[in-house]
Design a protein around this ligand. Structure first.
Ligand SMILES: [Zn+2]
Length: 160
């Protein structure tokens, strides 16, 4: 028996309509949930499946969100927290579309440079931070203004 499919269906029912975010790195499910917003405030149902076996990743997390379609901004943030994530769009219990997220080549205004002397950090300068993708795995962005690199850990801690 396929242990992955078996454990998943034991824990969580299929959703009727919504989005299944699959291939989230193990341990990042809560970070992904944070970027969707508080389910109690926004009124959607969510199921977290953590630490399940994955052929591709070893261990992975899955987030199932009922009745929610992710906005473009949420997809962009998701790509920064979980660059290998896949989105499965579900209607009437069927997966009607799949989409891979991919880290954007340019990120404007979302990430902060960690170089204290960078022009984007100094308060009086009205400059939006701009980061350019330099590596997908491990995920690395470079500040356009000073060249300082942001690694995976720095990126995901900022996006939350
Ligand atoms: Zn910088």
């Amino acid at each position: 028996m396929d242990s992955h499919t078996g454990s998943e269906t034991m824990i969580v029912q299929r959703i009727a309509n919504g989005t299944v975010i699959d291939h989230i790195p193990s341990g990042k499910a809560l970070a992904v949930l944070k970027l969707l917003g508080d389910p109690h405030v926004k009124g959607f149902r969510v199921a977290l499946v953590m630490n399940v076996s994955s052929k591709k990743m070893g261990k992975k997390d899955i987030v199932k969100v009922e009745g929610v379609e992710l906005s473009d901004e949420q997809v962009q943030r998701l790509a920064l927290v979980a660059p290998q994530a896949t989105l499965n769009f579900v209607r009437s219990y069927q997966v009607v579309a799949k989409r891979n997220v991919s880290p954007p080549s340019v990120v404007v205004g979302l990430l902060k440079c960690v170089n204290p002397t960078c022009i984007t950090v100094k308060q009086r300068e009205p400059v939006y931070s701009t980061f350019l993708l330099s590596s997908q795995a491990p995920l690395t962005y470079v500040c356009r203004y000073c060249g300082r690199e942001l690694g995976e850990y720095e990126i995901s801690s900022q996006v939350q």
